[in-house]
Write a protein that binds this ligand. Structure first.
Ligand code: FDA
Length: 328
């Protein structure tokens, strides 16, 4: 399984396949975990979630942004979603990534794009979550948030439990609304815990700390063991339900999402949309290769999917056999 994880992580960074995927539209099973390609489809999905008592955090998918034009398009799309959320009166806020808004192009340019988004959302008292990416973008993303917090209060971010520094970061940002996750990228041992046991233990520690000391905690996981632990912890410590929520990704463990909302917990679904779905989808496969069943089914039942499916498959097999040989 670790080999498969590495293969999908490297597939997620393949720019050629990423461009092909954009051209061909939602394929390979991605439509089950991506809410739509445009704002109208996304608002429709949010309305369906709201009807189940679930709120949404909306992410306009985007990776490998190296041109200013692309970052400006992303900014405009996000502002369009903010207006759409407001006009339709749906219960939703925004998640975004700094690289999509130009962090790899120019820090100040990225800051200006972010600032426009945060200003547009603050008119409606709407929260903006800065998602966290790989280690190389971690400190710059915190710096951007620090700048924004000088002027706006509707901003928060993500703490990734696999990083050793997460304990210091959560202490520093305890007065913010924080999403706490295990961490989705492959990180070296210099910065991050590597084993499931270590990551899970740190994850629980950080959640408990923020529930007791922090402003608002979004517990973002599909792990039933963590969710059950949190349910017991909040009960024992009399943490009011307004202080936390559970979050899961769109299309994952749908029954459990609805059940938690029915049990009266605040629940928020992460709703990705757009045509730049490829990297997001590959990271989900890296986390849980069982999701590969989805791909295989789609690739072999729909002829139109075979171009990308085959390319990804050949690439994956190449990587896999190279790794296996090396490991032998
Ligand atoms: P994990 O993958 O560790 O699984 C634990 C166990 O849970 C599994 O062994 C299985 O038993 C069960 N399980 C998990 N998924 C299941 C499924 N689909 N069906 C059935 N059982 C399942 N990361 C990041 O680096 N930056 C970010 O900004 C974000 N943002 C974010 C938002 C939201 C809403 C979520 C849910 C996640 C993120 N992440 C993230 C991703 C996160 O860091 C992490 O990689 C994934 O959530 C996978 O870890 P889990 O805690 O979900 O369980």
């Amino acid at each position: 399984m670790p080999i498969l994880k590495d293969v999908f992580m490297s597939l997620s960074q393949n720019q050629l396949l990423n461009s092909a995927a954009k051209k061909y539209g939602l394929k390979m099973g991605a439509q089950s975990v991506v809410a739509g390609t445009n704002v109208a489809e996304t608002i429709k999905s949010i309305k369906e979630l709201n009807a189940l008592g679930i709120s949404a955090t909306v992410d306009n998918l985007g990776e490998f942004v190296f041109e200013k034009e692309e970052a400006i398009t992303a900014k405009n799309n996000i502002i369009e979603v903010i207006e759409g959320i407001h006009e339709n009166g749906v219960d939703a806020h925004i998640s975004l990534k700094a690289t999509q808004l130009g962090l790899d192009i120019d820090y100040d340019f990225c800051y200006q794009n972010l600032k426009e988004i945060v200003a547009a959302a603050s008119k409606y008292d709407m929260h903006i979550n800065i998602d966290m990416e790989d280690y190389g973008h971690l400190q710059p993303s915190f710096d951007l948030m620090d700048e924004l917090l000088k002027e706006y209060s509707n901003v928060g971010t993500v703490i990734q439990a696999y990083f050793y520094r997460a304990t210091d970061d959560i202490e520093k940002y305890k007065n913010l609304r924080l999403r706490i996750v295990k961490g989705a990228y492959k990180e070296p041992v210099e910065y991050a815990y590597q084993t499931k046991e270590e990551i899970d233990a740190n994850y629980i520690k950080l959640i408990e700390y923020h529930l007791l000391n922090g402003k608002f905690t979004s517990i973002a996981t599909h792990d039933h063991n963590v969710i059950n632990h949190v349910k017991q912890f909040v009960e024992e410590n009399q943490i009011p339900r307004e202080k936390y929520e559970f979050q899961m990704l769109y299309g994952f463990r749908k029954d459990m999402q609805v059940d938690l909302a029915k049990q009266g917990y605040n629940f928020c679904t992460y709703v990705p949309f757009g045509d730049d779905w490829y990297g997001y989808f590959m990271r989900r496969l890296a986390e849980r290769p069982q999701n590969l069943n989805l791909v295989v089914k789609q690739v072999f039942t729909k002829r139109t999917n075979t171009a990308i499916g085959l390319a990804a498959g050949i690439f994956a097999l190449g990587r896999l056999s190279a790794k296996t040989k090396k490991n032998k």
